[in-house]
Design a protein. Structure first.
Length: 387
């Protein structure tokens, strides 16, 4: 059965899966290397499988019209992955996601001149190409490092009264947490959530000794911390830089999907958690993730293998242009996608005309390396010496 859903295509932001411990300088967010774990590959494959069920299976009520499946048409896909500070983690995550999105199929085969039919390696694994977005060649997926004005924004947040109040509130908890940190700093500026989270998942001794509420408390304080760093009051503020640099490619992908003469139907960017925070802030996003019937503001650190889907729908009713709908899924513990309301387009805006989405957010977009250099006050690194 094939459904005509009216869905022209989808643009997806996907966070990487579970990884080993990862340190970021809290002043500059310069990172250390880390690695995707086997658990992370399973999380990403599960996300890919859900995306397949939602957008690729012909029987799905939200299947993308005309998309090729089970054998991919490469002209219909645009897959990118941030290859910056977390090393191969995000690139590997996207590979695992694709294994669930387009799983091995005997339909991926070729008949040779001698009449022999050969099924692709691994039972028909398709090994889909992924563009590795290198930070010194393309700032779009990792625009917040080597950015002096972003570092200044971060320092100003750490010196704000709101941050100092949160630090005071966190102090008793961090003091109680200290014996579990193996000498690591308990300064609120260096909010220690990643160490706690990774060890709670992978270190049985740590997991068994840690009081039951400590991970949730660390997560709550880390959400405040990271939300303050990766957001800003003005939409075009430097605190939103993580999503501002993605907007141009997002706009282009959505417009290509809406163009009936362009084959693109699915675009996916593999990223860290930071652009999610900035997107939520920029668009005043909310969703009923908890299932209470009332949408709540989206903010803070999304779970591993979280995803935002921006759906491009064919015109309906009296409208003559495509419109967008938005979905969010918070990691693998979240069973399904949830409709997202974008308050920046109106209090109950669950759909937005494509042209409105672009025109109202265009002013915040960072469209080139030269614009990024100027916004960041960077004069030498990442191509700025020649920009």
């Amino acid at each position: 059965m094939v459904n005509a859903s009216g869905l022209l295509g989808v643009f997806i932001l996907a966070r990487h899966g579970d990884r080993l411990e990862f340190f970021q300088d809290p002043l500059t967010y310069n990172p250390s290397q880390t690695l995707l774990t086997p658990l992370g590959t399973v999380e990403e494959a599960a996300l890919g499988n859900l995306l397949q069920d939602t957008y690729l299976q012909p029987s799905s009520p939200s299947a993308i019209d005309g998309i090729a499946f089970p054998v991919a048409n490469l002209d219909q896909l645009q897959i990118r992955a941030d290859a910056a500070g977390e090393g191969s983690t995000i690139l590997s995550s996207v590979g695992a996601l694709l294994s669930g999105l387009f799983p091995p199929t005997p339909d991926f085969n070729i008949t040779l001149a001698n009449g022999t039919t050969i099924v692709g390696a691994g039972g028909g694994t398709q090994f889909l190409p992924v563009e590795s977005v290198e930070p010194n060649e393309d700032i779009s997926l990792n625009s917040f490092t080597s950015c002096p004005n972003f570092d200044l924004h971060t320092s100003e947040f750490y010196n704000s009264s709101a941050f100092k109040e949160a630090a005071a509130a966190a102090a008793p908890f961090l003091s109680a947490l200290a014996p579990f940190l193996d000498g690591r700093s308990t300064d609120f500026i260096n909010m220690i959530f990643d160490f706690v989270n990774v060890n709670n998942i992978h270190n049985a001794t740590f997991h068994n000794a840690l009081p039951a509420t400590f991970v949730e408390q660390a997560y709550g304080f880390a959400n405040f911390h990271e939300d303050g760093v990766f957001s800003d009051s003005p939409p075009d503020g430097i605190g939103n830089v993580a999503i501002r640099s993605i907007l141009p490619s997002m706009f282009t992908s959505l417009q290509r999907i809406a163009n009936s003469s362009d084959p693109l139907k699915l675009a996916l960017d593999g990223i860290s958690y930071k652009p999610f925070i900035s997107f939520f802030n920029l668009t005043t996003a909310s969703a009923d993730v908890a299932g209470t019937g009332t949408p709540e503001p989206l903010f803070g650190i999304v779970d591993y293998a979280s995803s935002i889907a921006v759906e491009v729908n064919a015109p309906s009713g009296s409208s003559t242009e495509p419109f967008l709908t938005f979905k969010f899924k918070n990691g693998t513990s979240d069973a399904s996608f949830h409709p997202v309301t974008l308050g920046v387009f109106g209090a109950n805006a669950t759909s937005v005309p494509l042209s409105t989405f672009v025109s109202q957010l265009q002013f915040a977009a960072i469209n080139s390396t030269a614009e990024w250099c100027k916004a960041c006050n960077q004069t030498s690194l990442r191509g700025c010496s020649t920009a």
